[in-house]
Design a protein around this ligand. Structure first.
Ligand SMILES: *Cc1c(COP(=O)(O)O)cnc(C)c1O
Length: 385
C-alpha cells in the first residue's frame, strides 16, 4: 500500500507544493503549467489595494458585487462565501432543521462531499439520486439540491433539470443549484439557461472554476433567502472577507466566455491524438480526462497488481507534475479529492504548452508509472518527497 489514509494524502499534497515552490523559485512561474482548471487568480487592480484599508472600499466592492454577481448568475441578490462548500453549509444550516431531509439530484455519482457532510452536521437526513425514476420527495424534505455539473464535469440534461425543479415547486420545497462549474459549463458550452432563469431559488458557483477568480463561493437567489443564509454565514464565519470580494468582482468583470469556446476546437484535436497513446481518454467540456478506472485498465488490464486505482492515478499525477511540470488535481488536491486526471484547455496556462508537449507528457508518464509500480521505494519517493 502506498496511500493508507487521508494523512498520507496530506503528505502527498505537501510534497507537491514543495516541488512547485522549488520549481517556481528556480525557474519562475512560466515553467509550470497549471491545467487543473482551478488555477484561480486574484485580478485586483493597484487602486483596489488602498481601498482594502478603509471602510469605504468594502462598501464599494459589496455594491459592485451585487451588480456583477447578479449579471453573472441572475437572481435578486448575491452573497459571497469563503468557498462553495461554505455557501452550501450556510444554506443547509439556514433552511433545514434537524430531523428534516436534504435530497440531492446529480447527473452522475459521486456527489461533492460538502452536501452530505453539511446535512449530517445539521442532523438532517440525506438521500442522493442520479436517475429520475428513483427521485421522490418525502414529507420531511425541506431542501432539494441539484448539481448542474459534477466535479468530473458531467452535465445535467435540461430535461432532468426542469423535471426536478417542477417536482420541487409542486411540493413547495426550495431548490438550491450547486453550479460550481456549471454556471459556466452549462451556459457557455451547452447553451443551457442560468439556474435562476430555470426557476431555482438559489444557485452557488465557484469563482475559480472556468474563470480566473479566487477560490470562493458566489451565491445568488431570492433576497429573503439570501438574507437568511448570509445571517447564518456571519454567525459561523463562512462569509468571504473584503479582499476576496474585491477579487471576485474583478474576476467577474474580466470573465470572457469566448476563451472557453476557443478551447473547444483544440480539445477535439488533442483528444484524438492523446487517445492514440492512452486508451480510455475521454472528452470533457473543456479538455480531456482519464478516470482512475480507465487508467488502471490501461496499466494493468488483468487487474492483478497490488496497487489501487487511486494509487495509480495519484502516481501518474505526481509524475506529470515532477517530470513535465503539469499540475493536475490528483497531485495538488485535498485528501479525498477526485482521482480523475483532467487536463483543462480553457486554463490560462494552456496557451503556453503545445499539443506535442502534452501528448509526450501523457505517453512518457504512463511508461514511467509502469516502471515505478514494482519499485515501492521509488514510488513512495515520487509521492512524498
Ligand atoms: C468544486 C465543487 C464544489 C466545492 O467547491 P470548494 O471551493 O472546494 O468549496 C462543490 N460542488 C461541486 C459540484 C464542485 O465541483
Amino acid at each position: 500500500m502506498l496511500i493508507c489514509s487521508s494523512l498520507d494524502e496530506m503528505k502527498r499534497r505537501e510534497a507537491a507544493f514543495r516541488f512547485i515552490a522549488t520549481v517556481m523559485n528556480q525557474e519562475g512561474r512560466s515553467s509550470l503549467y497549471d491545467l487543473s482548471g482551478l488555477a484561480g487568480g486574484f485580478p485586483v487592480k493597484k487602486s483596489d489595494l488602498n481601498l482594502l484599508e478603509t471602510y469605504s472600499g468594502p462598501a464599494i466592492f459589496s455594491s459592485n458585487l451585487q451588480k456583477v454577481g447578479t449579471r453573472h448568475l441572475g437572481g435578486d441578490k448575491v452573497a459571497a462565501f469563503n468557498r462553495t462548500s461554505a455557501a452550501i453549509l450556510a444554506t443547509i444550516l439556514a433552511l433545514v432543521k434537524p430531523g428534516e431531509e436534504v435530497i440531492h439530484y446529480l447527473p452522475e455519482l459521486p456527489s461533492h462531499p460538502s452536501i452530505p457532510r453539511s446535512a449530517k452536521l445539521q442532523g438532517a437526513s440525506y438521500r442522493e439520486f442520479d436517475n429520475l425514476q428513483d427521485f421522490q420527495l418525502a414529507e420531511k424534505t425541506s431542501l432539494v439540491v441539484i448539481t448542474g455539473s459534477t466535479m468530473d464535469h458531467q452535465v445535467l440534461s435540461l430535461n432532468d433539470f426542469q423535471s426536478i425543479i417542477q417536482i420541487s415547486q409542486e411540493n413547495q420545497v426550495p431548490v438550491m443549484v450547486d453550479d460550481a462549474s456549471g454556471a459556466r459549463i452549462r451556459t457557455v458550452i451547452y447553451n443551457q439557461p442560468r439556474a435562476m432563469d430555470m426557476g431555482a431559488d438559489l444557485v452557488v458557483t465557484s469563482t475559480d472554476k472556468l474563470m480566473d477568480g479566487p477560490r470562493a463561493g458566489l451565491m445568488a437567489g431570492k433576497s429573503s433567502l439570501i438574507d437568511r443564509i448570509q445571517d447564518k454565514a456571519h454567525q459561523f464565519g463562512l462569509e468571504a472577507q473584503p479582499p476576496i470580494v474585491a477579487g471576485i468582482v474583478r474576476a467577474l468583470e474580466n470573465f470572457k466566455p469566448q476563451r472557453i469556446l476557443d478551447s473547444l476546437e483544440r480539445r477535439d484535436k488533442l483528444h484524438k491524438k492523446v487517445g492514440n497513446v492512452l486508451e480510455g481518454v475521454e472528452k470533457t467540456p473543456t479538455g480531456f480526462m482519464i478516470t482512475a478506472a480507465n487508467l488502471e485498465k490501461e496499466i494493468n488490464p488483468d487487474g492483478n497488481e497490488n496497487l489501487t486505482k487511486r494509487e495509480l492515478a495519484t502516481l501518474m499525477a505526481m509524475v506529470l507534475l515532477k517530470e513535465y511540470h503539469l499540475v493536475t488535481i490528483p497531485a495538488v488536491g485535498m485528501p479525498g479529492v477526485s482521482d480523475t486526471i483532467r487536463l483543462d484547455l480553457s486554463s490560462n496556462d494552456a496557451e503556453r504548452v503545445d499539443d506535442t508537449q502534452i501528448i509526450q507528457a501523457m505517453k512518457e508518464s504512463l511508461e514511467l508509472v509502469r516502471e515505478l509500480i514494482p519499485d515501492e521505494e521509488a514510488s513512495l519517493s515520487v509521492l512524498y518527497e
